[in-house]
Design a binder for this molecule. Structure first.
Ligand code: ADP
Ligand code: MG
Length: 701
């Protein structure tokens, strides 16, 4: 088979006209033969049995029946019409019903010919009916590629309404296999196939679409999952190797005055072992000849900031500039103030650049960056603007990675002649297996130890009905000098409503905690940055006791005296968000509390989330549960659906295969980095094709 055959536009497949082609492209992203081949079934139905109408039971199971249609009629109902066909076999009669697509059915359904119908049955007044059955003429059914297991393909309402049913897709697949004569090029090497006892590519593709039996289906799935994960890992590892060997980085071999002075004289506490280990890892990277690309994972409050600062000081000691970028204005300001405080005894210049920086100051910053007199730049996305040009950026630190996309990360990269070292910090613990697939191009450091003396945060779940008790508790804590956060969900789709909830809540808090005894701050996304900062700062300084806020405070804010976190409508938050929010308290010496307020109506998932929060404060455990509940798509709090667009493998269920795929990908590249050997030829070819038609970044949004 011509290797380019599979890149033929889908329009050229027999049975696909321009209309169908347009729909397949739009609805399923199928542009080529290859895309169709890679449309894998969601599930399989066992169609080894044929039922008689007389045997039907009220089970709601999906069954197939052989019989013929004798009449069709249109029946008016309350809303619209339904099309009803009478369907007979030798044991009885039933009804086939359509609520949509009447025209197509009327024109195409053949009266008094034997069909195989397939679908769920309902029973009403002793008569069985089958809504929207799949139908195939018995004659065609007998001629089709015989397969006991009926594949069910992904579909959309638009497709099925336009007559592109599962059966049609199945037919197209048969056509495709006829044209290719089952000859698909092998995409893995012989040694891999042998070592892992994998079935061939052709056999796997055939059995994924037309499984002969359960056992072969299982082997086909395993082989294709392995292949998918193998090539992702191959790309990631290869990229990493290339970075290591080919992307030269500035070598920071001096550990100089800034670092040493700070370490000896200004370190505000002794570092935890985890912090020391991570700094060592970073120092090694910075001192090598290669560019650093490191992900630093550390739970909220684990002390990533000091690690960032020490890394920046190494850059300064080697006469390079450095920057730290944070996702929000408040967080940037806090980093800026924190760094100013920590660097008091050092001879460094630090500036803050955000969206609300005045033009005159902005100009000054641009100038000082270009002439090199500015050492450290702290800020938001504003750092990525084209006008921001460093004289010699040596290290870029990105706090809270999940808010920045890959594209933004690489944008910083292009600021320089040579790429700066990059340290990405995230407080969202990403399970290792996932980190491996998503951030496989980054090295990973983990701070897995909290600073000493942290007390566990007592977490409870309370229903709205107990609000008065909760208010009493807040009053008690405030009388002890503590501060309290009360957080409301603000989720974009229902913004107006959420905003109303927030304001109603605020009013009731103001009533409950009146002036002059109580001072209350409020911060939400609709406020001007200056007003937000003003309110935030009142709370930071302790001038207000209660902070009513939306999730704008989620990331990074540090107020050690705040010891109570109340989360309203907690059932509406995701686990990682709840965990992040809880991390705002427990930063001081006092016992801290997190109270999750909910209504009585809770979904099963919401219950699991709340129970998990009450049970544990281990970020990695929470991340695992989160991953199971939501799938990887939402994990990093992104709104995109799906970080990894996998076709067949499941990042949660197939972690074992992922591990195997990763280790084999490493083994292959270690032995043959350029995939130049004869035995790796199929891998090299497939790899080239994949990267040509589907770059790794397509997997990562
Ligand atoms: P995060 O990892 O969430 O960014 P921070 O860097 O903000 O955490 O640190 C949280 C708090 O813990 C800060 O108040 C910081 O000063 C303090 N801290 C960090 N490291 C230590 C340590 N080794 N010993 C004591 N306190 C520490
Ligand atoms: Mg932080």
């Amino acid at each position: 088979m011509n290797p380019n055959f599979l890149q033929t536009p889908i329009d050229y497949l027999k049975g696909v006209g321009p209309n169908r082609a347009a729909l397949l492209k739009k609805e399923l992203g199928i542009h080529t033969f290859q895309d169709l081949l890679n449309l894998f079934p969601n599930r399989y139905l066992d169609r080894t049995q044929y039922y008689k109408i007389g045997q039907l039971q009220k089970t709601n199971a999906e069954v197939q029946i052989i019989g013929k249609v004798t009449h069709i009629k249109t029946v008016s109902q309350q809303r619209g019409k339904r099309l009803v066909a009478t369907f007979l076999d030798e044991t009885g009669k039933m009804e086939l019903v359509w609520f949509r697509g009447h025209k197509w059915i009327k024109e195409n359904l053949k009266i008094n010919q034997l069909y195989v119908t397939f679908g769920k049955t309902n029973s009403f007044n002793g008569t069985f009916s089958m809504p929207h059955p799949e139908m195939e003429l018995l004659e065609t059914h007998e001629k089709s590629i015989r397969s006991a297991m009926q594949p069910v393909y992904p579909s959309t309402e638009k497709l099925s309404n336009s007559g592109i049913t599962n059966k049609v897709i199945n037919g197209l697949m048969q056509q495709l296999f006829l044209e290719t004569k089952k000859g698909f090029a092998e995409s893995l090497s012989k040694p891999l196939l042998e070592q892992l006892k994998l079935i061939s590519k052709s056999e796997a593709l055939f059995n994924i679409h037309f499984p002969k039996n359960q056992a072969l289906l299982a082997r086909a799935q395993y082989r294709l999952k392995f292949e998918e994960l193998f090539y992702i890992q191959l790309q990631l590892i290869r990229k990493n190797l290339i970075n290591k060997t080919k992307i030269k980085g500035y070598s920071f071999d001096k550990i100089g005055e800034n670092f040493n002075t700070f370490y000896k004289e200004h370190l505000p506490f002794s570092l935890t072992n985890a912090q020391k280990r991570v700094i060592k890892e970073i120092r090694n990277d910075l001192g090598s000849q290669a560019q650093m690309n490191r992900l630093l994972q550390g739970d909220v409050g684990s002390g990533k900031t000091i690690v960032a600062l020490l890394s920046m000081l190494i850059a300064l000691d080697n006469d390079f500039q450095t920057c730290i970028m944070a996702p929000t204005e408040i967080l940037s300001v806090q980093h800026y103030n924190g760094l100013l405080e920590l660097c008091k005894g050092l001879n460094t210049s630090i500036s803050l650049l955000t969206g609300s920086t005045k033009t005159s100051i902005r100009r000054e910053i641009h100038e000082n960056l270009e002439n090199g007199s500015l050492n450290i730049l702290v800020g938001t996305h504003a750092l990525l603007e084209d006008k921001v040009k460093f004289k010699n950026l040596g290290l870029a630190i990105i706090d809270e990675q999940h808010r920045f996309g890959v594209a933004q990360r690489s944008k910083l990269w292009h600021k320089n002649v040579y790429p700066p070292h990059v340290l990405v910090m995230t407080a969202t613990p990403i399970p290792r297996t996932l980190a491996m697939s998503v951030y496989g191009d980054l090295d990973i450091s983990v701070i897995d130890e909290l600073p000493p003396g942290r007390k566990d945060i007592k977490t409870v779940h309370r229903f709205d009905a107990n609000r008065l008790k909760v208010f009493r508790f807040i009053r008690d804590e405030i009388s002890k000098g503590r501060q309290v956060y009360i957080v409301y969900p603000l989720i974009q789709e229902s913004e107006a409503l959420d905003y109303k909830d927030l304001m109603d809540g605020y009013e009731s808090i103001v009533r409950e905690f009146p002036l002059p005894d109580y001072q209350i701050s409020i911060v939400h996304g609709k406020m001007k940055p200056a007003d937000k900062d003003f309110e935030m700062n009142r709370f930071i300084k302790g001038e207000t006791q209660i902070m009513v806020a939306t999730t704008v405070i989620e990331v990074g804010v540090n107020v050690p005296n705040a010891s109570v976190m109340i989360i309203e409508s907690a059932e509406r938050f995701g686990l990682s968000q709840l965990h992040q929010l809880r991390g705002r308290v427990g930063r001081g010496a006092e016992q801290s509390y997190c109270i999750l307020m909910t209504s009585h109506k809770l979904s099963a998932d919401a219950k699991t989330r709340l129970e998990t929060m009450v049970r544990t404060s281990d970020g990695f455990e929470i991340a695992e549960v989160d991953l199971k509940l939501r799938g990887p798509g939402d994990l990093m709090g992104t709104q995109q659906s799906g970080i990894l667009h996998l076709r067949i493998a499941d990042i949660i269920k197939d972690t074992e295969i992922l591990k195997i795929a990763r280790s084999y990908a490493m083994q292959v590249l270690k032995g043959d980095p350029n995939l130049a050997s004869e035995e790796n030829k199929p891998i090299k070819l497939t790899f080239a094709q994949l990267t040509k038609y589907r770059n790794i970044w397509n997997y990562i949004s």
